[in-house]
Design a protein around this ligand. Structure first.
Ligand code: COI
Length: 355
């Protein structure tokens, strides 16, 4: 159990009103959580303080070798005024897997959850309630030793910041256009692809820029070895509905194990919808599109929730999915996941945690 010191701001910011579109990741609440780690002492000095810049040495290791991890989860307000987190233990479990992979000390799961709940509680009034909005929670850890040699840091900062958000994509629930990348790769097995660390995101930026220039909003990555098997989108996992079966790439070490991905698979199982986690080649998707069995494509992610894909471009082929609108299943997953998250649909799977 953490002993969290709380220092409230004396200068609160105005909370955005319902007219604010809450562009993803641009507005931050009044407070943040911070905790230090020192080798030999462990995690210490848990505190909630006013949101403000922090001071680091230019030699802090995170700036040079990228030893950092992050997570993303959301808090929602129910109509009865309760604050709910969606499957926070999945994020915490994944956070500690990331920590282990990149040599950051783990955080006891109960302390991690306590920290999230405590900071969300302090800034609870910032949770937006309009449909499609939520309070995005961004926990992260950075290496802070002032040192230029390559080794794991001996000191770290664990922080949690909060941001009221609307849709991740400007398209909202309208289908996004996806560029299938065959030049650059995001990750290879044995690397850090399954960890939630900044390195995976910086690796994706060049291709993302290229895709944007061509009018596509996201990149779909192929495997880093054969450039043949579908991996993920970078900010989302990917699902296809082919001939009545929902399929998604099997976790293989280079794909991020998404919490929304897992939730969609569990819902398929609950509903008796055939669902497969397996290798999916781009040729299979191309063939399915050609023979008319590619029924729906959608991405899943905490930030993106469920995002329908309207078209996919692979080499010179443009695959238009359905009529470019949102598919029946994508809509059903979106309604169910957001319904459970906001307390409108009974949480039979025990996914929500009250703050
Ligand atoms: C999330 O979905 O929470 C993520 O971390 C993806 C991020 C690129 C916004």
């Amino acid at each position: 159990m953490l002993d969290i010191r709380i220092e409230k701001t004396t200068n609160p910011k105005p909370i955005p009103g319902p007219e604010n579109p809450l562009k993803f990741g641009t507005i931050f609440t009044d407070h943040m959580f911070i905790m230090n780690y020192t080798r030999g002492q462990g995690w210490h000095d848990a505190r909630i303080v006013p949101y403000a810049p922090i001071s680091l040495e230019p030699s802090a290791m995170v700036f040079h070798y990228g030893q950092e991890m992050f997570e993303g989860l959301k808090a929602y307000k129910t109509e009865e005024g309760k604050t709910l987190l969606f499957r926070p233990n999945k994020n915490i479990e994944r956070a500690n897997k990331t920590n282990e992979r990149i040599c950051i000390p783990t955080i006891p799961e109960e302390d991690f959850l306590q920290a999230i709940k405590a900071v969300v509680k302090v800034d609870e009034a910032w949770i937006p309630t309009r449909p499609g909005t939520s309070l995005y929670i961004r926990p992260f850890i950075i290496a802070t030793d002032p040192f230029l040699g390559v080794r794991p840091s001996d000191t770290y900062l664990f922080m949690i910041i909060l941001s009221p958000v609307g849709a991740y994509y400007p398209e909202g629930l309208n289908p996004v256009k996806i560029w299938i990348e065959d030049e650059y790769v995001r990750a290879v097995r044995g690397g850090v692809g399954e960890a939630k660390t900044g390195a995976n995101y910086v690796a994706s930026m060049k291709a993302q820029d290229k895709a944007h220039e061509e009018g596509y909003s996201q990149v779909l990555w192929l495997d880093g070895v054969e450039r043949k098997y579908i991996e993920e989108v970078g900010a989302m996992n990917i699902f296809f509905k082919i001939n009545g079966t929902v399929v998604t790439p099997k976790l293989n070490g280079s794909i991020l194990p998404g919490v929304t991905r897992d939730s969609v698979i569990r819902l398929c199982e609950k509903w008796g919808v055939p669902v497969e986690e397996r290798r999916i080649s781009i040729d299979e998707i191309y063939e399915a599109h050609k023979n008319g069995t590619l029924e729906e494509v959608f991405g899943t992610g905490t930030a993106a929730v469920i995002s329908p894909v309207g078209s996919l471009r692979w080499e010179d082929h443009i695959m238009q999915v359905k009529d470019g609108g949102i598919g029946e299943f994508s809509q059903k997953f979106y309604d169910t996941v957001t319904g459970i998250q906001t307390g409108k649909i009974a949480d039979e799977l025990g996914w929500t945690v009250e703050v």
